[in-house]
Design a protein around this ligand. Structure first.
Ligand code: UDP
Length: 239
């Protein structure tokens, strides 16, 4: 794999499910702590880190609306779920000495600071981890799109998408022994073949701004850091 050691600023996107451990729902504090350590190990290299965390471990808008709830209301509940996850990760990061800010796309000033782009950039320059919460602040979007939006706004060099597997495969590697991992894949191939890296609007937004997406396994201990050290396994989505 090519080395990716040159990064100065990256955005780490994880799903809400990455925080629930084996529980099937909600937050699993030891898992949250493990992820915080993964983040710290990259932060220790001097890399500036943005994070976007999903909310699917607590609430998904589509699920709520499938059960009869109004879609936009359900989506706002999903966005609020991402705030809870962000606060949990903030707490775990600060416990191990990493300064951190939660920045929300929906104002809730008593809980976290509102999104003001230049202020967020300043936090990054001061080596604070910025966790962008409440998605884009709009219903009908996902946290993948929020991740791509914020990565562009913060001029990140890449999105690191932590998943359960170490890259993008031609078919589901959990179900098929002969699934092949791509070293690199283009945005258009991801869209055409429905490779399920991120949702289509997020992929298109990354493509139109030439923002690479690095798909890697979050379950692999030290996996995030290994990519920056040039020893990790991943798939790079590019133009
Ligand atoms: N959401 C939204 N707008 C956004 C981001 C998220 O409405 O900009 C809602 C949406 O209902 C979504 C939920 O928040 O289902 C949780 O986010 P997501 O499904 O992306 O979380 P993940 O699957 O990554 O855990």
């Amino acid at each position: 794999a090519p080395t990716e050691t040159a990064f100065k600023r990256v955005l780490l996107k994880i799903s809400g499910e990455a925080l629930m451990g084996d529980q099937g729902y909600g937050l699993h504090p030891p898992t949250v702590e493990r992820i915080a350590k993964e983040v710290k190990s990259v932060h220790d290299l001097g890399v500036e880190i943005c994070m976007v965390i999903g909310g699917g471990n607590i609430f998904r808008g589509l699920q709520g609306s499938a059960q009869g709830m109004e879609r936009t209301t359900a989506d706002y509940m999903g966005m609020l779920a991402t705030v809870m996850n962000a606060l949990a990760v903030q707490s775990a990061l600060e416990k191990i000495g990493v300064y951190c800010r939660v920045i929300t796309a929906i104002r809730m000033d008593e809980v976290a600071e509102p999104y003001i782009r230049r202020r967020a950039v300043r936090h990054l320059e001061k080596k604070r981890v910025c966790i962008f919460a409440a998605g884009t602040g709009n219903p009908y979007f996902t946290t993948d799109t929020a991740a791509t939006l914020r990565a562009n706004e913060m001029a990140c060099e890449a999105i690191f998408k932590g998943t359960k597997v170490d890259g993008v495969y031609d078919k589901d590697p959990v179900k098929h022994d002969d699934a092949k991992r791509f070293e690199t894949v283009t945005y258009d191939e991801v869209l055409a073949k429905h490779l399920g890296v991120m949702d289509a609007s997020a992929i298109a937004l990354a493509r139109d701004n030439n923002l690479p997406i690095i798909v890697f396994s979050l379950d692999e201990p030290g996996g995030f850091r290994a990519i920056l050290d040039g020893t990790g396994t991943y798939t790079k989505v590019h133009s």
